[in-house]
Write a protein that binds this ligand. Sequence first.
Ligand code: NIG
Ligand code: FE
Length: 404
Amino acid sequence: MSLSLWTHCDAATLQSGAAQPYGLVPDAALVTEGEVIRWIGARQELPSDLKAQCHAEHDCEGALITPGLIDCHTHLVYGGDRAAEFEQRLQGVSYEAIARQGGGIASTVRATREASAAELERSSAKRLSALIAEGVTTIEIKSGYGLSLEHERKCLQVARSLGCKQAIDVRTTFLGAHAVPPEFAGQSDAYVDSLLPMLQSLHAEGLVDAVDAFCERIGFSAAQTARVFDAARALGLPVKLHAEQLSDSGGAQLAASYGALSCDHLEWLSLEGAAAMAQAGTVAVLLPGAFYFLRETKLPPMDLLRQHQVPMALSTDCNPGSSPCTSLLLMLNMACTLFRFTPEEALAGVTRHAAQALGLADRGVLAAGLRADFALWDVAHPAALAYAIGANPLRASVFKGTLR
Ligand code: NIG
Ligand code: FE
């Protein structure tokens, strides 16, 4: 396998416990071997025999290198949009009220069911391209706007297909327990019954990497969520949860008791919930886009999460209802201004901790032996990535060792 050398750069490795903030290595060198990082460190410490083996050399011209960004919570594949609902909300109708009137998620379910796979792929590919253009190399995509075997399959197949056609790693999550579809109106328990064989089939078809649910008064109860999680556990699939977004439903404790990879949203997280997550090693995925777009006022309990040393990730939550957002860099900025993340916490939130939220130990930091997914930025200091609003300082990105 041929080796490539990358020099004339500073590297923010994001390695945990590094002596320097951001794991920063000024004047770094990086050696890739195929799809993997073989060596990274200060250029002056690069072993000369390793340097001699490098067949290609890339001059990064002073760029800052970070791990490829990871968007660990998206609903990227959907039909239609909810611009009219946005107008309604601006006139004072709440997100919950719209959902109860049959709008909200249900309206996107109608549009998604009507769309062909080709149409869904076309609209989703545009959103995905916007994320890739900001250095995203891994994305999680949830189902949850199909809500029947046929349409959940269609959405998950589109997600897989996007990952085959674009230079990005797609991880899929089954979110059948997102809302009760119209054919099960008033029969949410019967709908949950139907999810169990649905999950089995989709898993057997290789379409599911993890399982999620919306545990909320306008979603599913803790008992219903537990049944979905039992099915996931029986199939050996990891779970994650939309928890405590609009109220404290005790979802975090429930998810932690299943060893969940992550609990997401968490504005209403309680002390008990945070303690349970810390105990279980569950990542907190915070979603400032949804907080902003729904004009929420209840902030996630950042200090509680820090006190309990719960790893914090950040994501776009890209979806048509609560966060029609395709900029992960904007989420860095919003996390700092709205949630009081430090820029270093924010960058860890879209790299190291986002990888952890997906259960991926082979990426999220720059270190020997890990995937050669990284981004080259035209910035002098990593804080600049969270600082700018609407700028895109990405110069290039590398996916599995190849410039894209
Ligand atoms: O993450 N909370 C539930 N799901 C999405 C929103 C879905 C929608 O409104 O379409 C979220 O915010
Ligand atoms: Fe979400």
